[in-house]
Design a protein. Structure first.
Lengths: 220, 608
């Protein structure tokens, strides 16, 4: 048996595939690719695969990671290629390899956050955003797994945040905490809506660009 | 992706069903496409993608050079509201283009309660609802599917109807349409030619007149249309297209597995069952071919579950051989087989044991009626001994849950028949006490009753549905009798069944009602979330029509039924004979035991 990690892209239509559906989709894709997954040993055996950092529905990513175990011993060569022959549109495998580090070492996510302003970006927006996210306390409301509302201070979870402006679009290049606790970059929009309601965007788009460890080195 | 769609999707439930892009979805280069088909299913994605007919015809049409067949489903209410708010028309999943611009808009209609959804999809597409209001050849609105054996209640909205099995005739219809487009025919010219294709029914080429009492006087063809239209069947199942390579949805659907079709038709002849009559004659696919398709489908899809599908799977002669053949595949690929539609009389425990491997959950049987007398009247041809024998084998083998399905309101049903349903449940309970291998696990018996809906083209097509008051009285009677704690009794106060009874034997005057109920907001009426009886009753009232005329009236033998001009192969005299035998309590043997001369062998020899 082998423990392997898959690096893949999830974008366009595939960004609407929920986490559970994604697991099912990959289970089938592996079978189509002739990769037999190892199963758990319980009364109801299930295939051993897990997404390292599930992506919220609707967001896209260039750097998703999936850990899985195979029956056969091998290094994962050509798995990405074989998978790509039968994946839904918007999913594409980039590489497959034995992981060198545990998923726990993943510390930061770099994401591009796009804010749409249909009527054009209001004057002074960038300055206001920079000021807001330089505060020590930027509380937002967030739903927990149990659907309750809780308060979360996003400020300490932001490692780096650079804003720039184009026509009717404001873009943030953000590096945020990945886990324990992590920050969903879409919450930057919630923070704006709450603290600068006049600058609430008409739409917000998130794309994960890169993963880092605690030292800021690319995590694979 | 469309910017407007991108804005909407985060706000709706299960957005993955609106974006397409699934594995095996067919994409084509528009510069090489001359005919675009929007293949619509008037229900949600999860239901429509579970339909085998849809997958077959999608494969057949996309196999045609120059034809691109794309899918379209009815959005759930939240999505519909968003589309309307954004002013977006209904679009096809593959290209994302509005279906109103396509050449053909084709519907697969499996049940009558989907009629309002069909109208609503046309409305969402921005296409005029009535055939008469669509003067051009394009878009042509066509429909097929089981509910089209009586399409009269929506006849005004359809240009052309395909009766029976579509895999051969859809090709002919599409080819004729291409010729019409090339040669610049007008719509009427096209329809007049199309009505001569086998199995094609053009509603606008028939004038229906009525007696003063509301019954049909005559159905008169015009412009050379045939007096009767006979459904189409595929005569050789070994040559019929099977979608071994088919779309694997990226989100969970209702039947999220491979469906392997073993045979069409049914040897049994249950007198209430529309499918049992309209899918005749019996045609089997060879065991070798079934096994090959199974292997191909598993390999291509990556599914680990497969249904062996038919109207009565335990009647497939080489079923054991097929399961033997599939065993290595099951082992190697962790494949689970499921067999729906098993009969309690020839159910093989050994087979079940092999298939289910440790996972012993529940078994489901459908005795349909409580007494032998009534089971004989409906020709269910199942004895209580058969049922109890199967239950004993199941309990001895470790099963601890049984579901039993019955119908209330079957013709000739008495209070004694109703009460006897409780007795059947008690006997099953007793069988468990006698033969359970492990009594510590307890037993769950679930009895469900539904409200019988008489259907067109069956032996009971002349029968009234019992009134809702009478149905509720019988339910109450049965509830009183169900006094064992281990028996759960499920019933539905389902007004949907009443409207289903109205529509399934409705005539063309109901088109007005459909149009009105659509205006009043009817959409996914097959779903109780959306169905509203008051809305329907209001529409009937405004049209001056009485729904009870359709649901609860005894039709005389000899009455011109609204579907009299539709020929499914089974003769009218056979159906009436079966009707009479029901009242005599005489059973008719299954087709394997003896041919009863139903007439369906006019298509091809019956392969039972």
């Amino acid at each position: 048996m082998s423990k392997l990690r898959l690096l893949f892209i999830k974008e366009n239509q595939a960004s609407y595939i929920s986490h559970l559906d994604l697991m099912r989709t990959f289970q089938r894709a592996f079978l189509r690719a002739g990769v037999t997954l190892r199963h758990s040993q319980g009364f109801h055996p299930h295939p051993l695969l897990s997404v390292v950092l599930p992506l919220p529905v609707g967001q896209s990513s260039e750097c998703e990671l999936l850990d899985f175990e195979t029956e056969r011993d091998f290094g994962g060569a050509d798995v990405a290629e074989r998978l790509n022959a039968g994946l839904p549109a918007g999913l594409r495998a980039r590489a497959c390899y034995p992981p060198e580090r545990s998923a726990r070492a993943l510390a930061f996510v770099r994401a591009r956050v796009e804010l749409d302003y249909d009527g054009g970006v209001p004057a002074g927006t960038l300055d206001a955003l920079r000021e807001l996210f330089s505060r020590g306390e930027v509380p937002v409301e967030k739903r927990t797994k149990h659907k309750e509302l809780t308060e979360l201070n996003v400020a300490p979870l932001i490692r780096r945040l650079d804003w720039c402006e184009a026509k009717s679009l404001v873009t943030a290049d953000a590096v945020v905490a990945a886990q324990d606790p992590g920050l969903n970059p879409a919450l930057l929009g919630s923070a704006i809506a709450r603290h600068l309601p006049d600058l609430a965007p008409d739409f917000l788009r998130v794309r994960r660009l890169e993963l880092y460890d605690a030292e800021g080195k690319t995590f694979r | 992706m469309d910017r407007r769609l991108e804005r909407i999707l985060p706000r709706v439930q299960k957005p993955a069903r609106y974006v397409g892009g699934e594995y095996n979805a067919v994409m084509k280069d528009l510069s090489r496409v001359d005919t675009r088909v929007a293949f619509c299913f008037p229900d949600t994605y999860e239901i429509g993608m579970s339909n085998l007919g849809m997958r077959i015809l999608y494969g057949v049409m996309n196999g045609m050079d120059g034809v691109w067949c794309e899918r379209c489903f009815h959005p759930w209410g939240d999505m519909e509201a968003e589309l309307r708010k954004a002013g977006m028309p209904l679009c096809a999943l593959e290209s994302g283009d509005p279906i109103g611009t396509f050449d053909l808009i084709a519907f697969s209609v499996g049940y009558e309660m989907a009629f309002p959804a069909l109208l609503n999809m046309l409305d969402l597409a921005g296409v005029p609802l009535r055939s008469a209001d669509r003067s051009g050849l394009t878009p042509l609105v066509i429909a097929g599917g089981t509910a089209m054996y009586n399409c009269e209640p929506i006849a005004d909205f359809l240009d052309l109807v395909l009766l029976g099995e579509g895999e051969e005739q859809i090709v002919e219809v599409v080819e004729l349409y291409r010729q019409a487009k090339r040669e610049g025919w007008d719509k009427h010219t096209f329809l007049c030619k199309a009505c001569h294709l086998d199995g094609v029914y053009v509603p606008s080429l028939y004038d229906v007149s009525y007696h003063d009492d509301g019954t049909v006087r005559a159905i008169v063809p015009k412009d050379g249309a045939p007096a009767r239209v006979r459904k189409r069947v595929v005569t050789d199942m070994d040559k019929a297209y099977y979608p071994a390579k088919t779309i694997v949805p990226s989100t969970e659907i209702v039947q999220d597995r491979i469906t392997l079709e073993l045979f069409r038709g049914c040897i049994r002849g249950c007198r209430f069952c529309q499918a049992g009559y309209v899918y005749r004659p019996v045609r089997s696919r060879s065991e070798e071919l079934c096994a090959r398709y199974a292997r191909e489908a598993v390999e291509d899809s990556g599914y680990q579950e497969m249904t062996l599908s038919s109207l009565s799977t335990s009647d497939y002669r080489p079923l054991v051989e097929l399961c033997d053949d599939l065993e290595p595949l099951c082992e190697r690929e962790h494949l689970n087989l499921s067999l729906p539609s098993l009969r309690a009389d020839n159910f093989s425990m050994a087979l079940m044991e092999r298939l289910q491997k440790g996972r012993k959950t529940g078994l489901t049987f459908a005795p349909e009626a409580g007494t032998q007398r009534l089971r004989d009247a409906i020709n269910k041809n199942l004895t209580e001994d058969d049922l109890l024998g199967s239950c004993r084998r199941a309990f001895a083998g470790g099963y601890s849950a049984v579901k039993l399905y019955f119908m209330l309101g079957l013709p000739t049903e008495t209070d004694e028949d109703v009460a006897a349903i409780a007795d059947v449940a008690a006997h099953v309970m007793h069988a468990w006490r006698e033969s359970a291998s492990n009594k510590n696990r307890g037993i769950r018996i679930t009895v469900s009753t539904s409200w019988f809906v008489p259907k067109a083209h069956t032996a009971f097509q002349w029968e009234p549905q019992i009134s809702i008051e009478e149905y509720e009285r019988r339910v109450a009677l049965l509830r009183e009798r169900m006094n064992t704690k281990t028996v759960t009794y499920n019933w539905h106060p389902s007004p949907t069944s009443f409207m289903e009874a109205v529509l399934s034997r409705g005539d063309r005057r109901l088109c007005k009602v459909l149009s009105l109920v659509h205006e009043k907001g009817a959409t996914l009426d097959a779903w109780e979330d959306y169905f509203s009886l008051p809305r329907w009753l209001e529409a009937f009232g405004e049209c001056g029509l009485d729904p009870h005329f359709y649901a609860n009236r005894v039709r005389e033998h000899g009455e011109v039924l609204p579907w009299s001009h539709i020929d499914v192969g089974v003769t009218d005299s056979f159906l009436w004979r079966e009707h009479e035998r029901a009242y005599e309590g005489v059973t008719t043997p299954d087709c394997r035991t003896q041919c009863s001369g139903c007439g369906a062998n006019c298509f091809c020899p019956c392969d039972h």
